[in-house]
Design a protein. Structure first.
Length: 486
């Protein structure tokens, strides 16, 4: 534990949904749900307006629609989220060389290592400066927690939500944690929480009072020892700048179970290509190919094959995934498929000329995958029983919430599609709510587009945070814990 609250935890508020509201003026202040929209879709993020109606992440989209039938349901736009995340992480990198990203919207920062804070006043000033910078650059809000450990900084940011800042002063940890639920502690999930509840322990105070020996008896030596330390507010984990990914994978859940073996094989090959695209985007290669199959009865099977050396060759990964599929019985139907690569490395052992050819193949497959296929697609016909409906094709071509451009009406986003039509609202992040028009799904003047930046003219933060107070002599800010607003 540190004597000053110089570990910062940033958590962007309802990140995906907030980014969509910032990009779409007509959705600001309204319930927005981002996630899979099919019958088996799951909520990724819900805006605070939707959360007040009972919608939350990991909830089935079908259930969310019952709770919030009038909400806007959108397909994720990860290209936008990654762009905004890069902007936020660049700001964090200006505060310290020790930045530990946990996801696109969450990270720890060691302010002491960056010389940007060494006491409560300078830590608070840095946290407030960061929140202001994030809002100016991205248009979004983030909640900040500051404490002497990673565990407490994360708890502080959660307590500060939404759009707040909380400083936990060293020495006040046990008093703050005592009344909180045991679920607030890292590693205490639903099963462990229920086990502790049956033992009469529902708050952190209960854990501290029970003692280490009792916790070891209940949950085992390793977990019990760590749980007792956390209940006392003790956490010595450092902020680690490099967090190597252990695997790269992609998976799809299908609205209707797949029964045709040829279709299943085609989907596995498509996922293998997507997996390699993601692998190459990370400048990595991998040695072990993994296939995941969830069958009609929810049983999940995984198969793996270890190659002679690391690869980012799409042909190698695709053929390995195909071989693995041969050992899986898919007779009853398949509801989910996934392809992944583990044993990651920074190099490959493949022929360079073969890689160049594979790069061209990847590009061609990407074009084929994203090309319009409705009405005169020109692709080889598939059996009628396996052919996608016009409505499914429209949903793939025009996902709800994704960007489009019309040669006459300009930039907009898809409100919905079906029955051969696509409905578009024409507006930009910095415009007033725009008008809505409907087109044929094959309108030659309408095309998919890239997301626009959320802020039209981002301010210059090249010299930030040089002006922030960095020591006790600065006299800026307050040393008292608590939430503050901009």
């Amino acid at each position: 534990m540190r004597p000053a609250p110089t570990i910062l935890h940033l958590d962007m508020d309802a990140f995906y949904a907030s980014a969509e509201q910032a990009a779409k003026p007509s959705l600001r202040g309204k319930a927005v749900v981002v996630g899979g929209l099919g019958p088996r879709g799951v909520v990724a993020t819900a805006s605070y307006e939707a959360r007040r109606l009972g919608v939350h992440s990991a909830m089935p989209t079908a259930q969310a629609r019952r709770l919030a039938p009038n909400a806007a349901y959108l397909v994720p736009r990860f290209s936008l989220y990654r762009t905004v995340s890069d902007q936020v992480m660049e700001l964090l990198g200006r505060l310290s060389p020790l930045v530990e990203p946990l996801s696109l919207d969450e990270a720890f920062v060691d302010l002491e290592a960056g010389g940007t804070a060494d006491d409560s006043a300078s830590a608070r000033a840095t946290g407030e400066g960061l929140r202001a910078a994030i809002r100016a650059v991205t248009g979004l809000s983030g909640s900040v927690g500051l404490a002497g450990s990673k565990m407490l900084a994360k708890i502080a940011s959660e307590e500060a939500k939404p759009d707040g800042l909380l400083v936990i002063e060293p020495g006040t940890e046990r008093e703050l944690l005592a009344p909180m639920s045991v679920r607030i502690l890292p590693g205490v999930g639903p099963a462990t929480g229920d086990h502790l509840r049956r033992a009469g322990m529902t708050t952190v105070h209960d854990l501290a009072e029970a003692g280490e020996a009792e916790l070891v008896r209940l949950v085992g030596k390793a977990h019990g020892h760590g749980l007792f330390r956390m209940a006392l507010g003790l956490d010595d984990r450092p902020v680690v700048a490099e967090r190597d990914a252990k695997s790269v994978s992609v998976e799809d859940t299908f609205d209707v179970d797949l029964h045709d073996r040829v279709r299943v094989r085609a989907e596995v090959e498509r996922l293998a290509v997507r997996c390699v695209e993601r692998l190459r985007a990370a400048d990595r290669s991998g040695r072990t190919v993994v296939l995941k199959v969830r069958r009609y009865d929810f049983s999940t099977l995984t198969r793996s094959e270890t190659l002679r050396g690391p690869t980012d060759d799409p042909t190698v990964v695709r053929e390995a995934a195909g071989r693995l599929l041969e050992s899986v019985d898919t007779t009853g139907g398949v509801r989910l498929l996934g392809v992944g690569v583990t044993g990651l490395a920074d190099y490959t052992q493949e022929d360079l000329f073969a890689q160049a050819a594979d790069a061209r193949e990847l590009a061609q497959r990407a074009l084929e995958h994203h090309a319009p296929t409705a009405e005169g697609g020109g692709e080889e016909a598939v059996p009628e029983a396996e052919a996608d409906s016009a409505e499914q094709l429209a949903a793939r071509r025009w996902p709800a919430g994704h960007d489009v451009h019309h040669e006459e009406h300009g930039h907009g986003w898809v409100q919905g599609s079906g029955i051969g039509r696509v409905t578009v609202r024409f507006e930009e992040p910095w415009s007033a709510p725009g008008r809505v028009l409907t087109f044929r799904i094959d309108d030659p003047l309408l095309r998919p587009a890239d997301p626009l930046p959320l802020v039209r003219e981002s301010p210059d933060y090249s010299s930030w945070p040089a002006s922030l107070p960095k020591s006790r002599s600065s006299g800026a800010g307050s040393s008292e814990g608590g939430e503050s607003s901009p």
